[in-house]
Design a protein around this ligand. Structure first.
Ligand code: HEC
Length: 455
């Protein structure tokens, strides 16, 4: 608790980070990798065949891609840093220490990506006459740099689930080339290519630009592309989940469906099979040049493909259970090594920002609230998603007292409370009070009736 905690009403901390990150993933994978690779490939084919119409189409598709990548993609990329450094400063601080060089290089890669993409877009017309080959080289270098970015980020993200030998040897190489590194890199790259193919197909199907003949050719290309990249991405996903330790992978259904639906695992299967079938059908329709069928299928295919991306990111983030970095730090940013110390010395006594109130003034928030935010606030909100008041509603004060000290035994995702038994009581009293407010609104059943509830 070296840093103050911020409360995001409604969404809570975890979902705020996730929302920005998922938008960024969709754009960085689908547009920055997938769609742009396809555009460069189209330019390549156009130059080889001397097909001016295809080159025009590639250029036409580039405009929205560049706007989305440089505006939304870059803003959400910086946005991840902003949300994470405000909401999880200790976690990101530790990650920066482990991955200083990969991140340093990634920032250079990101800048280069933009520096290459902008002339690729703005100078297309001017280079077309005499320097077409050079222009194409610019395009392929963009693709290479985008791949480098994916390479660097995959090592860092994989570490957060499977740090492998790093916990013992603290070596960057162990941390980076962790057991899920290669399958995750393959999955992100191939998944990005498939998603980009779908975006591109959607644009081509609904654009007035290409003439019927060219549209047919491009539909064929994109249909085959989505089928091939999608099949390879599915294979990579299978390798990825086989590399995840069982201790984590068993949490997948619970992580995606939450406790409410966790007994209905078939829902998850149904959703995944439906997504694969609809995406494959849209791609097959494009391959067969069936314009109407492809137009009907592309929107549901895109929605379901986005759903698959969200499912993957959510499971990856959630299944690692009580950890932010297994073997090193809990999800609530308490390093494992400090957990015991905090239990003995207390959390508030270590909380510089909490104690540092001007003398004579009440602390900014009640101690119970501060303890809740530091211990549980990363996953629970008050009055929003995963509302702690719902989780504790209807409990007696002693049972709340027991529960807050047994969190690690209740749900596999939850870390233990870090603090002294007194602090646990303080937090329990606060939580009991706020969940009691909810109960008085919802009108609890009278004492002693059905079920013999004792308040
Ligand atoms: C890493 C995330 C995370 C942290 C940190 C966390 N929880 Fe949870 N907690 C969850 C999830 C996820 C659930 C289950 C939600 C659902 O029903 O799907 C849950 C459920 C609960 C439940 C209901 C359990 C049941 O079986 O009815 C209680 C009570 C609870 N949490 C209390 C706490 C308290 C107190 C803390 C802080 C000491 C805490 N949690 C910290 C993620 C977390």
């Amino acid at each position: 608790m070296l840093f103050p905690t911020f409360y995001v009403p409604g969404l809570g901390q975890g979902m705020s980070i996730a929302l920005v990150a998922v938008v960024h993933v969709l754009i960085s994978h689908g547009f920055a990798i997938g769609l742009l690779t396809l555009i460069v490939l189209m330019e390549h084919l156009a130059l080889r065949r001397g097909d001016g119409e295809l080159e025009d189409l590639a250029r036409h598709l580039l405009k929205p891609a560049v706007i989305i990548v440089t505006a939304v993609g870059a803003v959400t990329g910086a946005g991840i840093w902003f949300t994470v450094s405000v909401l999880a400063p200790q976690g990101i601080g530790s990650m920066l220490r482990v991955f200083f060089w990969p991140w340093f290089i990634e920032w250079i890669a990101f800048t280069l990506e933009v520096l290459v993409l902008l002339p690729y877009y703005f100078l297309w017309e001017r280079m077309r006459a005499k320097h077409a080959g050079l222009h194409l080289a610019l395009g392929w270098s963009y693709v290479a740099i985008a791949f480098c970015s994916a390479f660097l980020i995959s090592g860092i993200l994989g570490f957060m689930l499977t740090p492998d030998g790093w916990v013992q040897n603290q070596r960057l190489v162990s941390a980076f080339f962790n057991p899920t590194f290669w399958p995750q890199l393959a999955l992100r790259f191939l998944g990005g290519l498939a998603l980009g193919g779908l975006f591109c197909l959607g644009m081509v199907l609904f654009s007035r630009k290409p003439a019927a003949e060219l549209r047919g050719q491009v539909m064929r290309l994109l249909g085959g592309w989505v089928l091939a990249a999608g099949a390879l991405a599915a294979l990579a996903a299978w390798f990825y989940f086989s590399a995840v330790p069982r201790t984590y992978s068993v949490h997948k259904v619970f992580a995606v469906l939450t406790s409410r639906l966790s007994q209905e695992a078939w829902l998850l299967w149904l959703g995944n099979i439906l997504a694969v079938v609809v995406v494959a059908a849209a791609a097959a329709a494009a391959l067969a040049r069936l314009k109407l069928a492809a137009r009907l299928l592309i929107i549901p295919a895109l929605i379901l493909a986005v759903g698959l991306v969200i499912e993957f990111e959510r499971s990856r983030e959630f299944i690692r259970g009580p950890y932010l970095m297994p073997g090193y730090m809990y999800a609530n940013q308490v390093p494992l090594a400090r957990g015991e110390l905090l239990k003995r010395r207390g959390m508030l006594s270590q909380a510089a920002w909490y104690a540092a109130q001007p003398p004579g003034l009440e602390p900014r928030a009640p101690a119970g609230h501060a303890l809740f935010m530091a211990n549980c606030g990363v996953c629970h909100s008050i009055g929003g998603l995963n509302d702690i008041r719902d989780r504790l509603a209807g409990r007696t004060q002693p049972s709340v007292g027991v529960m807050v000290r047994r969190t690690e035994q209740m749900v596999p995702f939850m870390p233990a409370f870090s603090g002294t038994p007194d602090e646990a009581l303080t937090m329990a009293a606060y939580l009991y009070e706020i969940s009691g407010q909810r109960r008085s609104i919802d009108a609890a059943p009278p004492i002693g009736r059905e079920g013999g509830r004792h308040e």
